[in-house]
Design a protein around this ligand. Structure first.
Ligand code: SAH
Length: 254
């Protein structure tokens, strides 16, 4: 009989942000397929499991997605409870939806388990409220990276009035800035760029939309990082100023 496959979010890095359900899945796992962005510290919950690194940086370069699909299927058919452990949430730019569908089409039971997505964790760890009464009535999660030719409606993003949280944007800062400015977003819209959110090495860089690319370059911003764009990104900086903290545009926030 096929074993179940859990598609589990490991959160953004801080092992304390793992959910209790994720811990239960890890305890039950015989095999754990782990992505690059997962903090290996969470493996303390599955000391007896066989752990296989399947991230793009961790090996299996050729057709990694098809390879991962086959691995999950193989272990499920061997009756081994399998956890596919992903950074953040499995269904936020994590292919959780497509992996679940692929497995279910082959008769494998799948359970998805939420993780705290990097955008939410990064904002919170920088004291940025992604929604704020009177300031931001919503949040839009966007990826700057596409493998197809699909195009974002930048004008709608620029004028939607929601806080933008952009994933996979580090290599596309210039394009993001140009598109948002062209779409009508104000050049002085606050931006927070948050690297390694929730980890001890977390860093944040604050600036405005117009200066985003130059500031990131001077700061040495590296992936993984998320961008928070909107009035709320200036919120905690204003609070800090009001409380008498030194004014900095770039700071080590850990
Ligand atoms: N499923 C993940 C996202 C995977 S896409 C989630 O829900 O968080 C990979 C992108 O996520 C990275 O390029 C980066 O933009 C973001 N990311 C993941 N972990 C991060 C972290 N600890 N700090 C900042 N950004 C992170």
């Amino acid at each position: 009989m096929n074993a179940k496959v859990w598609l589990v979010g490991a959160g953004p890095g801080d092992p304390e942000l793992l959910t209790l359900k994720a811990v239960r899945a890890l305890r039950e796992a015989a095999v754990v397929l782990i992505d690059d962005l997962v903090n290996p510290a969470v493996l303390e919950h599955c000391p007896a499991a066989r752990v296989i690194a399947v991230g793009k940086r961790g090996g299996c370069r050729s057709t990694p997605q098809a390879f991962i699909h086959r691995l999950m299927l193989r272990y499920a058919r061997q009756g081994k409870c399998t956890v596919r452990l992903k950074g953040g949430d499995p269904c936020i730019f994590g292919r959780g939806g497509e992996e679940a569908q692929w497995l279910r089409e082959r008769g494998v039971e799948v359970e998805l388990v939420n993780g705290i997505t990097a955008g939410l964790a990064g904002a919170t760890r920088c004291d940025i409220p992604l929604t704020l009464r009177g300031v931001a009535r919503g949040v839009t999660l966007v990826t700057a990276h596409t493998q197809d030719d699909s195009r974002l409606n930048w004008q709608a993003l620029a004028q939607g009035g929601t806080t933008l949280v952009i994933y996979m944007g580090v290599a596309k800062l210039g394009e993001i800035r140009e598109q948002l400015l062209a779409g009508g977003m104000a050049a002085d819209t606050p931006v927070a760029m948050i690297e390694n959110a929730s980890l001890p090495q977390q860093r944040e860089c604050r600036c405005d939309l117009a200066a985003m690319e130059e500031e990131a370059c001077a700061f040495g911003l590296k992936s993984p990082a998320i961008l928070v764009i909107g009035a709320v990104a200036g919120h905690s900086a204003q609070l800090a100023l009001a409380c008498g903290s030194p004014a900095t545009t770039a700071q080590q926030s850990a």
